[in-house]
Write a protein that binds this ligand. Sequence first.
Ligand code: FAD
Ligand code: SF4
Length: 322
Amino acid sequence: MKTFDYAKADSPEAAVAGGGRFIAGGTNLLDLMKLQIETPEKLIDISRLDLADIEERDDGGLTIGALVPNSDLAADPRVIAKYEVLSRALLAGASGQLRNKATTGGNLLQRTRCYYFYDTATACNKRTPGSGCDARGGFNRILAVLGTSEHCIATHPGDMPVAMRALDATILTLKPDGDRRRISIHDFYRLPGDTPEIETVLEPGELITHVELPAPVEGAKHIYRKVRDRASYAFALVSVAGVVKVEGGKIASAALAFGGLGPMPWRDAAVEAALVGKAPSSEAFAAAAEALVADARGFGHNDFKIPLVKRTLIACLRDLTA
Ligand SMILES: Cc1cc2nc3c(=O)[nH]c(=O)nc-3n(C[C@H](O)[C@H](O)[C@H](O)COP(=O)(O)OP(=O)(O)OC[C@H]3O[C@@H](n4cnc5c(N)ncnc54)[C@H](O)[C@@H]3O)c2cc1C
Ligand code: SF4
């Protein structure tokens, strides 16, 4: 590990004024620093900031502090009752010990698990811009089939952010100049294009302070299904987060997001349009699955993800509308 300066922040304002890289739970950043993939010169420890509360708002939604541990968020009775998809997604991630350390803000920003990103002997445009991408012609079994570019085919590895995308979350931030931003999760992540090292719209030194969830959809069913190589402690090959409401024999609303498929938690309006207003049926489910993979492209080892996610989505839709 390279040497670095370390400071503890006692307020969000002091954190953004510190001119360093934030460390929250450290479960991703420290691993990357040990491998010298990330080499910040200064770490600002934000773990003691007063951002670890979950509060109900008057509009029926929740405001979640950026430092709420994943375990606490998953176990919160309001989350279990009103946003079951989020609780399930959190519990599908990592291990109990990691979830106790991992935070809401850090989980939104964890970096890809592409093997080549972690192996400094290989070419990786995300780790070293302009160096190439050894994953394209290499072992790409866990990598993306949607939203890729010729420069990067990595997936976003998270579970919680997939549920947050299905729930239309908003990310609240504080910038070093004192400005505050509200960023819809739909605009938060970036496709790789020719700058795969830039993964979100956050500016340097911008702190996530909270995540807001809108009021829940009354009467909707929730699901989070994660297909992985082992029953626990493994990242998603594909995952589906769904919030679907059936009324009068027809699908009244459908919010569906996907993990393991693309460089960001994936959501596609065409998938939901294939369902809303229809009676639940095998034909409607198949149309939604086809819409999801219409632009999908495998790179050899990961071709299996395309039929796998279609089957997983159809199974989820059956459960959500039963
Ligand atoms: C063995 C293992 C298995 C795992 N399995 C899974 C899994 O199955 N599913 C899953 O979703 N995750 C999994 N994880 C990842 C884990 O969830 C993340 O490491 C964790 O969520 C990151 O949160 P953190 O608070 O530790 O972030 P940190 O490591 O502290 O920070 C991560 C990044 O976020 C930045 N950051 C942190 N907080 C803020 C903030 N408030 N504002 C701005 N920037 C911030 C940091 O600067 C850093 O760049 C696994 C991790 C390990 C080690
Ligand atoms: S897929 Fe992206 S992260 Fe993986 S080696 Fe290629 S550029 Fe790097």
